[in-house]
Structure formats: C-alpha cells, structure tokens
Design a protein around this ligand. Structure first.
Ligand SMILES: [Zn+2]
Length: 400
C-alpha cells in the first residue's frame, strides 16, 4: 500500500534516548517528517492506530545468508527477493546479503545477480550492499565454510572482485594469513569494511589488523580463537582482543542457541549496545518449518536438519547455521540477557547502521531519515513493517 503521507499514532516510540509513552510518527514521501509526544493533527495522511504497540526503527541485519527456503548463493534473483520478503515480515528493513566461500565463478555470478535483485527489490528488506564471507579463512576455524575453496588472500583475485562490483561493502577474512594485512588495507581504501572471521589469530595479530582496517569481529565466539597455549605460554585470542580494543565493533548471533545467556550478558557488559550488533547469520530455513534443509547453495550445499530452532549436521554433532529472524534476536536480548528494550533495539538499528556507514539515513526515528519503521507488541511480535514509507507487511491486515 502506498501513501504519500502516513501517520502512526497511539504508539510507544523508541528513539535512541528514550521511549515516548504515547506518541505519533509522521511520514512524508518516504522520510520521517515528525516524531512527537501525543497526537499530530493532519488532514491528508493514511492514519494507523498502533494501539499502544511499540514503534521502532526498522531492523538492520548486516550478516544474513538466506530465509524462506532460499540462499543468496542459489544463483537466482528470485532467491534474493524472497529472502528479503521473508525477513521483512520479521521486522528487517535493510540487510547485507552474505556470500559463502565458493568458487570464483559462483562469486562472480552472485555479484551480477545482486545488481539485478537490488533494482527489482520492492517488497522486501532493502539491500545495503554485499558482505563477502570468505574465502580467505583459517582452515582450522572453517566451521561450515567449504574447505575446498578456502585459501590465502590473492591480490590478483580480490582486486578483480572489487573491480567487478561497487556493491561490496564488507568482507570477512582471517587477519593472520599471509597477505591479510595488505588485503585489509586495500579493501579499506576501496571503502569496504574489513571484518575478522574464521580465524585463529592471537592478540598481536588482531591489534595489527585493527590498525590496518579490520574494525569488526564477525560472529563473536563462533569460528574464532579464545585463549590458547603454545609451549606452555598463554596467548589471548580474537575474543579477548575484541574485548581489549574498545573501538572494535562486534556482532553476535543472538538466536539464543549459538551463544548461551551468560555469554550474551558478557558481550553486552563489556562491549555495550553501541559496539555490539545483533545478526541473524540465518541460512535458508529461517522462516520455514523444521525438517531437512540445505546449508549453502541449492546446487552443491550440505544436507542439514533443522530442529530445536537451529540447523544441525545430520549426525547432530554440530550446529550448521542459524534460523533466527530479527525479532527473535531482540526478544532474546531482553528475555535471556536482561538487556533493556531500548538498548536491545539499538543493537539492531543504530549500531549496525553506524558500523555500515548509513547512520545519516537509517537506524533511528529522526526527522529527515528514511521512513524504515517496525511496529511490534510487548512480545516483540512484529505487526507492521514499513520501508521508505511503504507498508511492506501488516499482520493486522493479514487477519482481516
Ligand atoms: Zn555467516
């Protein structure tokens, strides 16, 4: 439904600094035109009484692989669009489609499809650019990344990749590999965020990496080193490094399974809501019923089983991806980690917006910003999702 003016009233409005208990948000031509306590009289707006629910900035997921039965590596535009639509139903208004370690041909194909999908994405969460996860990873920390394609950074390769696409905004790599520091410097010079991931680095490596452009830790605790011993001596790993370096941002898979409640609390306690982004890292089974699924590309991915709200290897020896949606991340931070709602929301709105350099346009409900808005109830169940002023999803309408 399109309306030039939209008025959301009778809501609890979440701003970065407070929750306005009874307020109104006015949208005009896709931008936020007013955020105010009480009601605002307008004559020509589509009016929505949110009946005391929360009105928050739309959720921004900076690490997501799939959902609704599709993966970004499937090689089709339809997969991109359906993933975006699926996550929009759970409050995500912007996302970074994330690739997996693959052949160069597969990667090039995905870069191309991204451009088409970006053009034609009208009913789903907006694409903020691509996140390349791999292939420059430590084999020992590969997790579910395909070992056949893991390799050291190759300047000829990564320069060609970046020459082919201006839509790559983030690239995750292991900073201890030969050539990884030059890689970090190069991608930063091209405006691409460098993140440490799937890594066995020690503090000394991470510090050097941080000084050379790696300012984000990808899914903290997952596929990375903690304290290790070498010839009896202890070394701090990536996890401790992310805590020591105050300016380093971290992201966490807050599906409630990858990290238990005490670790969610610890990350929040040390890094705080300004330095911690919540991510789904979701695979294709997000938003789908339990059962068999495939991790990675539909053509050559890995068979997995989804149960207990997570994907597992068929022998159940290990997790094989998250099936979380953004609403669940917020709910977990509030219910499992005792984080105030305002701060839990910040971790998936203004913090990821700042990390990705889009805070001037997104991430808070402030006049002049894009009207990306989510309405949810006290259980963080999403009622309405609005993207650039357009109602993309409405639970109340579905019930009518
Ligand atoms: Zn991932």
């Amino acid at each position: 439904m399109t309306a030039q003016k939209l008025k959301l009233f009778n809501g609890k409005i979440i701003t970065p600094y407070r929750i306005i208990p009874y307020g109104t948000v006015l949208v005009d031509h896709g931008k936020i035109a007013a955020v105010r306590e009480g009601n605002i009289e307008v004559t020509d707006a589509l009016e929505i009484d949110v009946q005391g629910k929360y009105i928050a900035p739309g959720f921004i997921d900076i690490h997501v692989h799939g959902g609704g039965g599709h993966d970004f590596m499937d090689g089709s535009e339809a997969a991109f669009l359906q993933i975006a639509e699926t996550h929009a139903q759970y409050g995500t208004t912007a996302m970074l489609p994330t690739t997996l370690t693959s052949t160069t041909e597969e990667l090039f194909r995905t870069l191309k499809i991204y451009e088409q999908a970006h053009q034609n994405n009208r009913k789903g969460a907006q694409f903020l650019g691509l996140h390349l996860e791999g292939p420059y990873f430590a084999m020992s920390q590969r997790g579910a990344q395909d070992p056949r394609y893991i390799r050291n950074p190759d300047p000829n390769e990564y320069k060609e990749v970046l020459a082919r696409s201006s839509s790559i905004k983030r690239w995750s790599a292991a900073p201890e590999l030969p050539g990884a520091i030059e890689f970090g410097q190069y991608i930063r010079s091209k405006g691409v965020l460098a993140a440490v991931a799937h890594t066995d680095a020690i503090y000394e490596d991470v510090l050097e990496a941080f000084e050379n452009g790696y300012t984000l830790a990808t899914h903290l605790y997952s596929a990375m080193s903690g304290v290790t011993r070498r010839n009896a001596f202890r070394y701090a790993g990536v996890i401790e490094s992310a805590y020591i370096i105050d300016e380093m941002d971290v992201e966490i898979i807050a599906d409630g399974i990858h990290l238990p409640a005490p670790l969610l609390k610890l990350v929040y306690k040390i890094k705080g809501s300004d330095r911690t982004a919540l991510i789904t890292d979701a695979m294709r089974a997000a938003g789908m019923p339990p059962g068999e699924s495939i991790l990675g590309s539909i053509h050559n991915g890995l068979k997995v089983i989804v149960e207990d709200e997570v994907a597992k290897l068929p022998d159940r020896s290990s997790f094989a991806g998250s099936v979380a949606t953004a609403d669940r991340l917020v709910r977990n931070m509030v219910c499992m980690a005792d984080v105030p709602l305002l701060e839990a929301v910040r971790m998936i709105t203004s913090t990821p917006a700042r990390i990705m350099g889009v805070l001037d346009k997104k991430g808070t409900l402030a006049v002049g910003k894009d009207a990306d808005i989510v309405v949810f109830d006290q259980n963080i169940t999403v009622d309405t999702t609005i993207i650039k002023g357009e109602i993309i999803y409405s639970q109340s309408e579905k019930q009518l």
